[in-house]
Design a protein around this ligand. Structure first.
Ligand code: FAD
Ligand code: OAA
Length: 341
């Protein structure tokens, strides 16, 4: 058969990284990205971009660890290259703090991040309300620059990008052989997935270049994540709330909570408020599906539902999605050679 034509729907961190993995693994494929929005207008642009996993209750821990490890390893290599500043990827050290001892003393990702250890008594003095803490070094993506860097690499690999809202994946069947669904929260409508729901998150992006260490409350309610140019202050988690409008009361609340951890933030300048909808699910939907209509088959791969962990897991899930695209191509080649017999 001719070079397989693959359409990736979605241009957040999942769509872009999946498209890149497909073209790297199967260079003979012709890959097109179709998306209603591109950077800077995706949920991925709002994220803090920290590599600290959240657990998916419906996915085995060894699989989540594999996804995180692959992501960490690939991004560590970028952070250690001449591309680091353009890609917006850097190491960042800091503390995750707890009022009560965490259920798991050692999270599954503790030996993937660097230098994971309990905080010392001296470090804990910075946080008088907290009795326990974990110190470690991880990676952070500055999200819009990282998405633009991915887009640049995709264009260099000959990938086409088209702005288009897809109403039904079947509408692509006459132009493409394989469809890869990376629509994030858009998959709720696109494929009618009732298990997928939004978890609204509001963050502030501020200028406070003196803040160098990250601070995260272990319950995930409050965090301070310094990036290359801006510091992200969070956060909120509102299940089933679809509103993308910033709430001024929430802005004040986030700012006050963050200042209680890092009082110097009172001097932060140039506060921008952003809202995004995390595409939440019990487990990431990472699977093949064959749609059939009137005797015609359409090969599909789903890769969405990363919730709070799209950046932490994206390279690992992109590799698995690319492997599934390989299975679709093998099935197409099998059926085209049978047709010739
Ligand atoms: C406040 C906040 C902070 C976060 N912080 C972190 C963090 O520190 N670390 C971390 O790992 N994760 C974090 N996350 C989670 C992370 O942002 C998500 O997991 C990730 O962005 C999901 O990426 P995605 O590509 O699936 O979705 P998106 O970025 O939403 O991309 C989906 C794409 O699909 C397109 N699309 C949707 N429907 C259609 C359609 N019908 N037709 C065509 N195109 C369509 C959209 O236009 C978009 O381009 C955070 C999220 C929020 C909200
Ligand atoms: O919880 C965090 O540390 C950041 C994050 O992933 C989110 O807000 O979704």
């Amino acid at each position: 058969m001719a070079a397989p034509k693959v359409a990736v729907v979605g241009a957040g961190v999942i769509g872009l990284s999946t498209a890149l993995c497909i073209v790297e693994t199967y260079p003979s494929c012709s890959v097109t990205i179709l998306s209603e929005q591109f950077s800077p207008n995706t949920t991925s642009d709002v994220a803090a971009g920290m590599l600290i996993p959240h657990t998916y209750p419906g996915t085995p821990i060894h699989v989540q660890k594999q996804w995180f490890k692959e992501t960490f390893t690939d991004l560590f290599a970028i952070s250690n290259s001449g591309e680091a500043s353009e890609a917006g990827i850097h190491l960042v050290s800091g503390w995750q703090i707890f009022k009560n001892p965490p259920k798991e003393e050692l999270p599954f990702w503790s030996d993937v991040v660097l230098g994971f250890r309990p905080m010392s008594e001296a470090e804990l003095q910075k946080f008088p309300q907290h009795r326990f803490g974990q110190a470690f070094t991880t990676l952070k993506c500055d999200c819009p620059p990282y998405l633009l860097w991915l887009e640049k690499r995709l264009k260099a690999n000959g990938i086409q990008m088209c702005t288009r809202k897809v109403a039904d994946l079947w509408e692509l069947h006459s132009d493409y052989n394989v469809i890869v669904n990376c629509a994030g929260i858009g998959a709720h409508q696109l494929v009618g997935d009732e298990k997928l729901f939004p978890v609204r998150g509001q963050v502030l992006k501020v200028c406070a270049p003196w803040v160098k260490n990250f601070i995260r409350d272990g319950d995930g309610s409050t965090y301070i994540y310094p990036g290359i140019h801006r510091v992200t202050l969070g956060g909120t988690r509102e299940k089933e709330n679809w509103s993308l409008s910033p709430d001024p009361g929430t802005t004040k609340d986030i700012f006050d909570r963050c200042c209680s951890f890092e009082p110097s933030l009172r001097g932060a300048q140039d506060i921008e408020v952003k809202v995004g909808l995390r595409p939440a699910r019990q487990c990431v939907r990472l699977q093949r599906e064959v749609l059939r209509r009137g005797g015609v088959k359409l090969q599909m791969v789903h890769n969405y539902g990363h919730g709070s962990g799209g950046f932490s897991m994206h390279r690992g899930t992109a590799k698995e999605a690319a492997r599934l695209v390989g299975e679709c191509i093998a099935a197409l080649q099998g059926s085209s050679s049978r047709a010739k017999l």
